[in-house]
Each structure stands twice: as structure tokens, then as C-alpha cells.
Design a protein around this ligand. Structure first.
Ligand SMILES: Cc1cc2nc3c(=O)[nH]c(=O)nc-3n(C[C@H](O)[C@H](O)[C@H](O)COP(=O)(O)OP(=O)(O)OC[C@H]3O[C@@H](n4cnc5c(N)ncnc54)[C@H](O)[C@@H]3O)c2cc1C
Length: 387
């Protein structure tokens, strides 16, 4: 049990997962030290070799089937990785997007030939993945995507621009959301995989300067007459991309909630340690009733969040997590994350505003959680549809 008095749910508390958790913790202690994370921040990207090291350690594609070289794990293994990264302050390594957001598109909708072609290299770290939905003119409103994929014999010719793409400087296998028939709106949307090393006309734009999460290479991407074989289409027919996205987005939204919760737990832990140590007016900061009440409230809300997120994970494992419930987790936990991190920072006084203290970094990193993966307003739109 960590800083919250919530026992691991039975589906997480099994020996194999506990052993995996210890191994993942050791991996990040060894390969993502505070000095490593600072270097990644300074460079705006994690070291490319980390992907290969993670592949060798069996952390990539951890929930992919064994027949493609995966560990045959499931979403619980991804939860372990997310929690360990959050608790240890490992920032910017887009492993969860690779493992639990992009790989599932290939695993669920890819043909056997596509799975054989890409999954083993996703698992080894030879391929790093990204998903390119957002464009300068289309974020929340994905139906407005303007990138086109026109058929030309047995190829698609892709033209368009994407922005804010996680792993954008590193990824060499990108799931691109395109219009195969721009006259059909969402029904003309398809997902097409682009192996960037195999094509001409693909360019990476700026590695964008962000308020936080500086070690993540969130980037612009350009597609200028990029030709890919028609066999790179995900799914048996064109026009299924929107449905495929809608089916996978609940998992992506739950992931954001799990990551948010891990940061909340870390924020509480570092703050409790700090206020027990720091003194003012002859007493410890924790001895002021205001401090106790603020932290008691935060701990209570975090406990409620954890119980709900565990419930959502259980639903996801059973294939029953619907869009509205996932949206509740995403919006509510990310709002709570920003609130708790802000209140924790306050308890650090001026030191909280110094980047050398982890709470200041958390304050910067947390803010985007309310925007990406579907802005929280869009989450409320989805929930409201069920009223
Ligand atoms: C660090 C980072 C990483 C990202 N990673 C990826 C990635 O890997 N792949 C990818 O494709 N995208 C990625 N994104 C993009 C992200 O998903 C979008 O920024 C997000 O979906 C919002 O789109 P937008 O920025 O265009 O905002 P807009 O859609 O322009 O929204 C602006 C504001 O209007 C509000 N709004 C819009 N529509 C409505 C409505 N119907 N009702 C009420 N309010 C509304 C929004 O909630 C928001 O507050 C990333 C973004 C960032 C910053």
C-alpha cells in the first residue's frame, strides 16, 4: 500500500504481477535516473537507445500475444508500467502510447500479415510508434481531418499535416488518420500505417516547445505525396477508421486517468515528506491545521479516484468499459490531479515554484492531462449523451 489506504484490487494482487512490478521498478531505477530524465528534458526527447533497452527487458508490447514475441500479458501489465513511471517521476518516455494505444490498433484490426510484419519489431524496439490524429485545423473535431489518402493502383498517396504528435521525432511506424473519401465525413476516414523509413515525402517538423513534459518529443509531421502500399490500411475495408478510433479511445482515456492518479500519489508523498520536515513559526508545516485539512481533503479525493479507476480497469479487463464511463475517469481524475498538485505546491511555499523540486515539474506536466486524449469538455459532451 502506498500513500493511499487502498489495497490493491484482487485482479492486480497476484504474484506474477507483483514480481513484474518489482522488475519494472528496478528497470526505471537503473535506466531513468533523475539525471537521465533531466538530460531528456534538456534534449526534448528521451534517448533512442532506451527503446531498445526496454525491448530487451521485455517491457515493450507487454500485452501483445506471445506468438509475435510479446509476453502474453494484458492491460494489467500496462497499468504496472504506468504506475511505476508515475510514482518514480519518469517523464516523457512514450512507452504507454506505444504499448497500450498504438499496438492495440494493429493487434485488433491488422491482418495476420500486418501483425507478422510489425508486432515483433514493436516488441523489440526497432519500431517506435505514434498515432497521428490531430491537425492544425482538427483537434476535438476529428471529423474535420483534412489529410487525404488517394488510391493509385496498389498504393495510397498521402498528403497532409499533423501536429502535437507524441513520439513525433522518434516514431518510425505511424498510424495516420486520413480521409480515403473526403466526401463521406467520418465514414470516409481510414487508419493507414506509415513506415517512415520506407517512404519518400515524409518530413518531421518542429519538436514543439511545451509548458511541461519537456522530455516528450511532441511534434509536427508532414506528408507530401507519401506512397504506401494499400496493404498498410488497417482493417479489411476503407472507411472504418472512425469506428476503430471510437472503439479504442475508452482505453486511451482510462490510461490518462491511471497516469494522473500515479502523479497524485507521488505529489502527496513528496508533500507529506516536505511538510513534516520544514518549519515555520517554531513548528512543522504539518502541525498547522490548514496543512492537515488540505492534505486530508486531497487524500480523501485521491482515495475516491483510486477506487473508481480500479473499477474502470476491472470493467476494461472484462471488455465492458463504455465511452461515457471512461470519459468520467479521464475528466474527473485529470481535473483532480491539477487541483491536488496545485495545493501541494502551495504547501512547499516558494520552493514549490523552483524546478529543482519535483512538485514544480508535476505542476507543469499535469496541465495537459485536461486537454489531450479528448479535452475534458468533450468528455462531458460524451457523458451528457447518456443522460
Ligand atoms: C502534449 C500533447 C500531446 C499530444 N499527443 C497527441 C498524439 O499523440 N496524437 C494526436 O493525434 N494528438 C495529440 N495531441 C493533440 C490533442 O489530442 C488535442 O490538442 C486535443 O484533442 C484538443 O484539440 P485542439 O488542441 O485542436 O483544441 P480545440 O479542438 O481547438 O479546442 C479548443 C477548446 O475548445 C473546446 N471545445 C472544442 N469543441 C467543443 C465542444 N463541442 N464543446 C465544448 N467545448 C469544445 C475544447 O474543449 C478546448 O477547450 C497532443 C496534444 C498535446 C498538447
Amino acid at each position: 500500500m502506498g500513500v493511499l489506504n487502498v489495497e490493491k484490487p484482487a485482479f492486480m494482487d497476484i504474484e506474477e504481477l507483483n514480481i513484474f512490478e518489482a522488475a519494472v521498478g528496478r528497470f526505471f531505477d537503473d535506466h531513468a535516473t533523475p539525471a537521465d530524465v533531466q538530460r531528456w528534458r534538456d534534449n526534448g526527447v528521451v534517448d533512442r537507445k532506451l527503446w531498445n533497452i526496454a525491448g530487451e527487458a521485455g517491457l515493450l508490447g507487454v500485452s501483445l500475444p506471445e506468438e509475435y514475441g510479446g509476453s502474453g500479458g494484458d492491460f494489467r501489465h500496462e497499468v504496472v508500467i504506468m504506475e511505476q513511471m508515475g510514482l518514480k517521476g519518469v517523464e516523457g518516455f512514450g512507452i504507454t502510447l506505444h504499448n497500450a494505444i498504438v499496438a492495440p490498433y494493429i493487434n485488433h484490426y491488422g491482418s495476420e500479415e500486418q501483425k507478422q510484419r510489425w508486432l515483433p519489431r514493436i516488441i523489440s524496439g526497432e519500431l517506435v510508434t505514434a498515432i497521428a490524429m490531430t491537425e492544425p485545423g482538427a483537434g476535438s473535431d476529428l471529423q474535420g481531418v483534412k489529410t487525404t489518402a488517394k488510391k493509385d493502383g496498389n498504393h495510397y498517396v498521402i498528403n497532409g499535416q499533423k501536429t502535437f504528435i507524441t513520439n513525433g521525432q522518434t516514431a518510425n511506424l505511424i498510424c495516420v488518420v486520413c480521409k480515403t473519401d473526403p466526401t463521406l465525413g467520418s465514414k470516409g476516414t481510414s487508419l493507414i500505417m506509415v513506415e517512415t523509413d520506407e517512404v519518400e515525402g515524409f518530413e518531421r517538423g518542429r519538436n514543439l516547445h511545451k509548458v511541461g513534459q519537456e522530455s516528450q518529443d511532441t511534434s509536427e509531421l508532414f506528408f507530401n505525396d507519401v506512397r504506401v502500399p494499400t496493404s498498410n490500411l488497417l482493417g479489411a475495408e476503407e472507411g472504418k477508421g472512425f469506428v476503430q478510433l471510437m472503439q479504442q479511445l475508452p482505453q486511451e482515456r482510462l490510461i490518462i486517468a491511471i497516469q494522473g492518479l500515479a502523479m497524485i500519489e507521488r505529489a502527496l508523498q513528496v508533500t507529506i515528506d516536505y511538510v513534516k520536515d520544514r518549519k515555520a513559526f517554531g513548528q512543522r508545516i504539518i502541525d498547522f491545521q490548514n496543512t492537515q485539512f488540505k492534505l486530508a481533503e486531497a487524500k480523501t479525493e485521491a482515495t475516491v479516484a483510486k477506487v473508481f479507476v480500479n473499477h474502470c480497469t476491472d470493467l476494461l479487463m472484462a471488455g465492458k468499459l463504455d465511452a461515457a464511463t471512461a470519459s468520467m475517469a479521464k475528466y474527473w481524475v485529470s481535473d483532480l490531479q491539477c487541483k491536488i498538485v496545485d495545493e501541494c505546491l502551495q504547501l512547499f511555499g516558494g520552493y514549490g515554484y523552483m524546478t529543482e523540486y519535483p512538485i514544480g515539474q508535476m505542476y507543469k506536466d499535469a496541465r495537459i492531462q485536461r486537454i489531450y486524449g479528448g479535452a475534458n469538455e468533450i468528455m462531458k459532451v460524451l457523458i451528457a449523451r447518456t443522460l
